[in-house]
Write a protein of this length. Structure first.
Lengths: 706, 66
């Protein structure tokens, strides 16, 4: 067989690696600012401009750390590791460059558009439709490059890391496309409405959201682990057989877990149960991965004690195990009753994010950059200091959040002996501020560790010389191949990347189809409520303001059937109430109270004053929204919005667009007159009027049921 | 996308999750059985791929040696 010479390119891994570090710092800094805003609302700067308020800033943080930090981390690993296990360079340098530039451009545009309020209002899928299209384009470019590399490889058997990368690629493509079905209100508008509504939108969103965790934050990083841990430890992974079993199990089971984000909500019971059961089963393949990683180091723990890279990786894998035990526990309805909407969810996320994703990335970077620059790491001591500071940071992040969650739960459910709720929501907010401060300290420590890493890697690169390419040689793969008799069936998948792709694709589709088909096609899952009607044009404009300012980041709109919750917020939410909500706004967190039945609870003047000065409720941490009082409602968009909603199935009468603005103005005048009776002077064309109209509508329709 | 009005109910829908469970059990039963009986040489070869220890040995030689 002819030996072929070729080169591994180190330039793209270097660039992706630098991007990982840069966006990691930016994303974590944004997280720290958001954390401080919750304890010290003045840091929202909302007196001056609306762009940095928590509701707009938090999605920039989540997008930055997930897609910019972890995303570039994934690409670093793939562009370095895949060529070396497949014994061929990445198929196309040009596509690689387009991928790199396209992804960084995406991040920059994401940050800008989100800060300016262009958001779909769906978590981790906030980017509006032009960026969604851009994501798909770059993802296809990336896929072509990756698959091209697999098809031109010189190593017949694809190492396990490659399957994880491939499955991640195809699943993220499916998730992104399906969840991004949205109709722009006009060709020249950034605003779009989700094709799905209410409970159905919630199901699609959390099928997407949970599997973004699964196939963006977990499976590609298992690929990172399977490549870089053996490299760092100098020994092969503990059990290749285990990796086969846990790979297929993981990708099959993970998809079904989405409904565990919707326990005790209006999602049909059977879907909730499926989500719970599959989430519990998920412990097995997840721990399979963890054990495979940890057992790789059996007999080599002395190496871990002396090597910061291995320390990062071991803690990363342990946090992965912790998170994948906690997650299934949180999927039990009785546990979820306590944790949902509280800081427990945040604690859980950040153990996975800071521990698994963060630490594994740091381990990879500390291993990689010295090799890219043909030198030693500048300071092992600094790396070790980073490890300890980071670990302390994780603890100081998570523990206050657990404490806050339990405290909130016990306070919110407490009744007096007379049968009244013991605490107001604001009492709970005030009592957890100290924990928000502690969490910000934890986050600061974690970020400080990252700063140490930046310095360390910078000094490493300065002392070394970058190696742009590495020579390699290997025999070409013969064109024909006869499987030897008795070959294991799985080797067929390992030899045939397209078959592996098709197999993974089929497996991941199963869960989605079983959960979606009945929810979409069967009437009894979303029982119709006759008194529920579409939003008026003014209310629709108000709803879009609610979404623009990111109110869902702190306020939920989904009351669960618990006595203490019904007592506090009103009748629990029904599936039929949100059928016209494109997108749904159930929310995931109650930093502020639930708003599902806020309609009619307070007079218009209360809402007016509250948006202007939320601290009229002493102790509130909500930012101010003064721009709503200066900006005018964009009535030029009313007709397009009504038209788009009708296209999505909301039953506005034919040609209603012609009358919509007249109705809008009439309703706005009524509210303005009502405000004047309470001595408040304002113009009826200001945005605050639209927002008041929307809030006063929430949850009131079912009162008209006989 | 008003899709909730095509069917009032799916009669006997419980057959679908049962079929899913059967597919799952059969598939993973087969996976576990065959993983158990894999050839050790092949396993060791693939597990050592990231280490790049012995780049002269390829999967072709491996099969030849068998």
């Amino acid at each position: 067989m002819q030996i072929e010479k070729f080169y591994y390119d180190n330039r793209l891994p270097k660039m992706f690696g630098i991007a990982t570090i840069f966006w990691g710092f930016v994303g974590m800094l944004l997280g720290l600012v958001a954390a401080i805003q919750l304890a010290y609302p003045v840091v929202n700067f909302s007196d001056y401009f609306p762009h940095l308020a928590f509701g707009r800033l938090r999605p920039v943080h989540t997008n930055a750390v997930i897609f910019a930090f972890v995303g570039n981390g994934i690409f670093t690993a793939i562009y370095y590791g895949m060529p070396r296990v497949l014994k061929t360079p990445m198929w196309s340098k040009a596509l690689g460059k387009i991928h790199f530039c396209g992804w960084q451009l995406l991040i920059a545009l994401a940050a800008i558009t989100l800060l300016f309020g262009y958001t779909t209002g769906k978590e981790y899928a906030e980017l509006e439709w032009p960026l969604d299209i851009w994501i798909a384009v770059i993802w296809v470019v990336f896929g072509i490059n990756m698959i091209g590399t697999m098809l031109t490889r010189r190593e017949r058997y694809m190492y396990v890391a490659v399957w994880f990368f491939l499955a991640s690629w195809v699943t993220v493509a499916v998730l992104h496309i399906v969840n991004s079905f949205e109709l722009p209100i006009a060709f020249n508008s950034l605003k779009s409405y989700s094709a799905y509504a209410g409970v159905q939108d919630a199901l699609v969103q959390w099928w997407y959201g949970h599997n973004a965790v699964a196939f963006f934050l977990t499976t590609p990083y298992l690929g990172v682990m399977y490549y870089f841990l053996p490299k760092a430890a100098g020994r092969p992974i503990y059990s290749y057989r285990l990796s086969i079993v846990h790979f297929w199990t993981l990708i099959f089971l993970y998809i079904w877990a989405g409904p565990h984000h919707l326990l005790y909500t209006a999602l049909p019971d059977w879907a909730q149960s499926l989500g719970t059961v599959f989430s519990i089963m998920l412990i097995l393949p997840s721990w399979g991965g963890m054990l495979n990683g940890l057992f790789t180091l059996r007999g080599a723990w002395d190496k871990v004690a002396s090597d910061p890279i291995l320390k990062f990786m071991v803690v990363a894998i342990t946090c992965y195990g912790m998170s994948t035990f906690e997650g299934p526990m949180l999927s039990l309805k009785n546990v979820n009753a306590i944790s949902h909407y509280t800081d427990w969810t945040i604690a859980h996320v950040h153990i996975g994010a800071l521990g698994w994703n963060g630490f594994l990335t740091f381990g990879m970077l500390y291993w990689l950059f010295p090799r890219l620059y043909n030198t030693q790491l500048f300071s092992k001591k600094l790396a070790s200091a980073h490890f300890w500071i980071g670990t302390l940071g994780i603890l100081l992040y998570a523990i206050p959040m657990y404490w806050s969650a339990f405290r909130s739960y016990f306070m919110l459910k407490a009744f007096t002996p007379e049968g009244q709720l013991q605490y107001q929501f604001i009492d709970v907010v005030q009592s957890v501020i100290p924990f928000y401060v502690m969490r910000a300290v934890g986050g600061t420590l974690y970020l400080a560790g990252v700063v140490l890493m930046i310095y360390n890697i910078y000094k490493t690169c300065s002392a070394g010389k970058f190696v742009p390419v590495e020579e390699a040689e290997a025999p070409a793969l013969p064109k024909t191949f006869e499987a030897p008799t008795g070959a294991h069936w799985h080797t067929m998948f390992e030899r045939k990347p397209m078959l592996m792709l098709a197999g993974a694709f089929v497996v991941i589709l199963i869960g989605g189809i079983v959960e979606f088909v009945p929810t979409f096609l069967v009437k009894s899952n979303i029982p119709t409520i006759a008194s529920v009607k579409p939003y008026t044009p003014l209310e629709l404009q108000g709803r879009d303001i609610y979404i623009r300012e990111g109110c869902y980041n702190c306020h939920s709109q989904m009351i669960r059937p618990f006595r203490y919750e019904v007592k506090r917020y009103g009748e629990y939410s029904k599936a039929g109430e949100s059928v016209y909500d494109h997108p749904f706004q159930f929310g995931s967190k109650r930093t502020g109270p639930d708003l599902a039945r806020i309609g009619g609870k307070y007079p218009n003047s209360w809402h007016f004053s509250h948006m202007l000065e939320p601290q009229m409720i002493t102790g509130s941490i909500m930012p101010k929204y003064p721009s709503l009082f200066d900006n005018e409602i964009d009535i030029a968009t009313t007709a397009s919005k009504i038209h788009t909603m009708r296209n999505l199935g909301v039953p506005y009468p034919k040609n209603y667009e012609a009358d919509a603005n007249a109705d809008l103005q009439k309703q706005a005048e009524e509210i303005t007159k009502n405000l004047a009776q309470d001595k408040i002077k304002t113009s009826s064309n200001k945005e605050i009027i639209a927002l008041i109209a929307y809030l006063q509508r929430l949850g009131t329709d079912i009162k008209n049921e006989k | 996308m008003k899709l909730s009005n095509y069917l009032v109910e799916i009669a006997g829908v419980s057959i679908f999750p049962i079929i899913s469970l059967l597919i799952f059990v059969v598939f993973f039963g087969v996976v576990l059985f065959r993983v158990f009986y894999m050839d050790k040489n092949k396993v060791d070869y693939i597990a050592n791929l990231p280490l790049g220890k012995d780049d002269t040995t390829t999967s072709e030689n491996l099969n030849g040696d068998k």
